[in-house]
Design a protein around this ligand. Structure first.
Ligand code: IPM
Ligand code: MG
Length: 371
């Protein structure tokens, strides 16, 4: 009897996890929504007796204002020594209409991606039963749609050299560059996602026009013989943009280069009914970063009205991917589902009975602690 008791304590103790989490709220609504995600992580920490430490860092326009640098060194070091990063949003209208601005908040995000080696951005596209009526698509088209976009995040036209302007200013250029190795590592990851799901992978490219796309296609084709359990198909990006609207249920895992992925994931996110609900994970060589896919929504900043769910679900992804704690992750997802079912939601989902950002966060925390 005593021994059994000891065993239980031992098992219990091995499950306790000590982890460092970096918190990067960023700009606009970033701080408000990240606060809710941190509250939820703390509720999980308490409920499952884990031991997390939290440290905040600057990124984006707030970092420019305080240090002149959108991704200061201290922030990079903080990320490197952490086990996971929760990130809010960056972007400030002050910089948007100033083509001559020397530094931009977005440069902070791009630098973080590059310096942390975050070569893959994972965006699950899932519908929520209680919100299907919000989708711009017909119910029969969108109900049950469930796929994952894997976007390459540190290559392509976002980073290629040369880039710039001619001396007279009348010509500008960006360069799209990919190496075989960059393609292989992100596609390898996409294969592993497909393997855990319905074993189908769609490679999106523009191989009829671009030589980088032809390298993508050639590289994936060469990987096929080692991944015969996965059914691979290839789709041109213009067609993919149409298919996401016409038949989103056909997709399981989609993999694509940086800019195509940027565009297609915004498109894919709205078919579910709300941009405010979708989380993402950026994974790669060092610490992974978890962030909502929506932006900094400056018009709502400081008003306590933004939807915190995408950030809270990003925390659920953090538990699943970085900490391998599925029970914890599932409890967060369950709490979010229940809050939606109870229609305890922010104004983007219900004008009439809108709750505030922090009220939604509190509701979800409460559900977790009471469960
Ligand atoms: C995203 C955003 C960024 C991107 C911007 C803010 C630089 O749109 O994460 O999708 O283009 O990658
Ligand atoms: Mg984008």
């Amino acid at each position: 009897m005593k021994l059994r008791h000891l065993k239980i304590i031992e098992n219990y103790q091995t499950k306790i996890m000590k982890r460092k989490i970096a918190i990067l709220p960023g700009d606009g609504i970033g701080p408000e929504i990240v606060d809710q995600a941190v509250k939820v992580i703390k509720a999980i920490e308490k409920k499952f007796s884990h031991s997390f430490s939290y440290k905040k860092g600057l990124i984006g326009a707030v970092a420019i204002n305080e240090t002149g640098n959108p991704y200061p060194n201290e922030t990079h070091e903080l990320c490197m020594e952490s086990d996971a990063v929760i990130f809010g949003a960056i972007g400030d209208p002050k910089y948007d209409n100033d083509p001559k601005a020397k530094v931009r908040p977005e440069q902070g995000l791009l630098k973080m991606r590059k310096d942390l080696g975050l070569f893959a951005n994972i965006r699950p596209v899932q519908t929520f039963q209680s919100l299907i009526h919000k989708s711009p698509l017909r119910r029969d088209l969108v109900e049950g749609a469930d796929f994952v976009c894997v976007r390459e995040l540190t290559g392509g036209i976002y980073f290629g050299e040369p880039r710039g302007r001619s001396e007279d200013g009348n010509k500008a250029y960006d360069t799209c560059v990919y190496t075989k190795e960059e393609i292989e590592r992100v596609v390898e990851l996409a294969f592993s996602f497909a393997r855990q799901r319905n074993k189908r992978l769609t490679v999106v490219d523009k191989a009829n026009v671009l030589s980088t796309s032809r390298l993508w296609r050639e590289t994936v084709q060469a990987m096929e013989p080692k991944n015969t359990d996965i059914e691979v198909d290839y789709m041109f990006v213009d067609n993919a943009a149409m298919q996401i609207i016409q038949g989103p249920k056909q997709f399981d895992v989609m993999v694509t280069e940086n800019m195509f992925g940027d565009i297609l994931t915004d498109e894919a996110s709205v078919i579910t009914g709300s941009l405010g609900l979708l989380p993402s994970a950026s994974m790669g060589v060092h610490t992974s970063v978890y962030e909502p896919i929506h932006g900094s929504y400056p018009q709502a900043a400081g008003k306590n009205i933004a939807n915190p769910i995408a950030t809270i679900l990003s925390a659920a992804m953090l538990f699943e991917y970085s900490f391998k704690l599925n029970e914890e992750s599932n409890l967060i997802k369950e709490a979010v589902d229940k809050s939606l079912e109870a229609q305890f939601v922010t104004e983007d989902l219900s004008k009439e009975y809108a709750k505030s950002t922090s009220e939604v966060g509190d509701w979800i925390v409460d559900y977790i602690l009471k469960k």
